[in-house]
Design a protein around this ligand. Structure first.
Ligand SMILES: Nc1ncnc2c1ncn2[C@@H]1O[C@H](COP(=O)(O)OP(=O)(O)OP(=O)(O)O)[C@@H](O)[C@H]1O
Length: 279
């Protein structure tokens, strides 16, 4: 569970710069959610952190040591992918134990770790089945179990719930929150889902156009968004944004009664009504 620091990370695919300058400090044992609209650079950040993509500018350190020159396997990172990436020809037990077998862990210890993790995720009775014989949610739990069983220092989640239906997503969110209480690791979760952004992590980092817009606790973001973009992006349902004027004597907000999500139309029958407040 290293402390992870991004220093001035930058990445371009030609011109202009696509990512950065990106500076971020992740405390050890934090659950951090990186959220942003499609194309803002989440996957690129994740791939650079995991070592699947080069880092042309800046540096990343784990516990103060630069890691950008290290191979993925030397970074002690376990990943959960959006499309699960299970090996179709291996049963669930073999899928979950694959990395441990590569590491030449003793078979009795492998069996014990796989069974313990599978029981935790409620998939202990599926260990003999192949991935094709499981539902989407069960496969997702196997993908998480395969990462958890490795006992890596850092866990990266790449939109792991986006292929699930709404009901299953809500259930898996609860399971993830429970999992967070049982493993004391550094977890970084990438998503474009506003609900996940404010329900899963200790801290949420909002990205847009390759740069960090704001980072705070979920409550901090909801209470004090730093910009109109963050206010409009965070939360579900989204916040109501009302145009207004701030003057020395207070503020005046114009409420448009026909706005689709306006909460006032019943109380302010006219099409547009001013609300005036003190300083
Ligand atoms: N190999 C590449 N070559 C050129 N451009 C790329 C490459 N990979 C990503 N990009 C561009 O970089 C930008 C960021 O991509 P990235 O995949 O990191 O976004 P994202 O936030 O993960 O989006 P999504 O939520 O849709 O997956 C996009 O505009 C994308 O088109």
């Amino acid at each position: 569970m290293p402390e992870i620091i991004f220093y001035n990370m930058e990445k371009s695919y030609g011109s202009p710069r696509m990512l950065g300058p990106f500076n971020l400090h992740l405390d050890d044992s934090d659950f951090t959610v990186l959220v942003g609209p499609s194309g803002c650079g989440k996957s690129t950040t994740l791939r650079i952190l995991a070592g699947l993509e080069t880092l042309p500018g800046g540096e990343i350190t784990f516990d103060g040591k630069p890691i950008s020159h290290l191979d993925p396997k030397a970074r002690d990172i376990a990943m959960v992918f959006q499309d699960y990436a299970l090996y179709p020809h291996m049963n669930i037990a073999k899928n979950m134990s694959f990395a441990l077998r590569l590491q030449k862990v003793k078979s009795t210890e492998i069996d014990e770790r796989v069974q313990r993790t599978a029981d935790l995720l409620n998939i202990g009775h599926f260990l003999d089945r192949e991935p094709a014989e499981l539902s989407g949610g069960q496969r997702q739990r196997v993908a998480m179990g395969r990462a958890m069983v490795r006992d890596a220092g850092t866990f990266l989640f790449d939109e792991p719930l986006s292929n699930l239906d709404a009901k299953l997503r809500a259930k898996m969110r609860t399971e993830l929150a429970e999992m967070r209480n049982t493993i004391d690791k550094n977890m970084v979760y990438f998503t474009h889902d506003q609900v996940e952004a404010v329900t899963l992590g200790d801290r949420t980092v909002v990205m847009a156009n390759g740069v960090i817009q704001q980072q705070d606790t979920p409550e901090g973001l909801l209470k004090s968004p730093i910009s109109k973009f963050v206010a409009g992006f965070i939360g579900s349902p989204t916040m109501n944004l009302l145009d207004g004027d701030l003057t020395d004597g207070g503020s005046t907000v114009m409420v448009a009664a026909k706005a689709s999500n306006c909460p006032f139309p019943a109380r302010w029958p006219p099409a547009c009504a001013p609300i005036t407040s003190g300083p």
